[in-house]
Design a protein around this ligand. Sequence first.
Ligand code: PLP
Length: 261
Amino acid sequence: MTYVALTIAGSDSGGGAGIQADLKTFQELGTFGTSALTAVTAQNTLGVHAVQPIGTDIVIAQIEAVLHDFTVGAAKTGMLFSAEIIEAVADTLDRHERIPLVIDPVMIAKGGASLLQETAIAALKEHLIPMAALLTPNIPEAEVLTGITILSMKDMENAANRLLRMGAGAVLLKGGHRIDITDAEDLFMSADDECFLMRSRRIKTKDTHGTGCTFAAAITAELAKGVPMREAVVTAKHFIHAAIEDGIYLGNGHGPTNHAA
Ligand code: PLP
């Protein structure tokens, strides 16, 4: 049996994040990767040098082409850039049978480049988050989406609850940006009251480019294989920990996490 996963995301010419990270991760975890490109970035380990969004017609056509021909087990979204693209993606997915959807609410690259226009945040909340089987924000993204300043585990719980109230089926709030604790603590909460923490040793490295994309893609690959959500998230956490530990020293900036770890 060949399991198929779909990523709807932006291209990173440097190969460490975006569509490229997703497809490598899908492959590594035994799924056949398909893709719908939403934007092209001119990017390397030093940063994002240019961004070109793709027209909504061709975004829609790519998703339709994949969904008409393949049995897709799970899908993920990454960089969506604009409100127009978000609405096009939501409408298109809505026309098809529901598949588990992982939404990585990509906003700003590590170097500071914006990967989501300000005006698109409302569209993300209104149109896409209610379709999510799982939403995977990091702390800065959860702060933007909820308006809550996150300094503690209690704040993380409040933010996750608010995101659940926006309609996501589950939230994985990644705690790696918290600097007050030595471990990285990720909080999982679902609409049906499942709640658990995943703790991992923080790894000292600058080669973490594409970590968020790779983590969400790993969860999507597991879901595409029919693995239940909790198990998919835990497996993906082990995968991303190993990928960061095994980051690749490439280029002159932030090297990529190793999708083959
Ligand atoms: N470029 C694209 C196309 C992305 O989708 C992402 C992921 O979120 C990034 C860059 C950001 O990568 P990072 O912040 O890990 O460097």
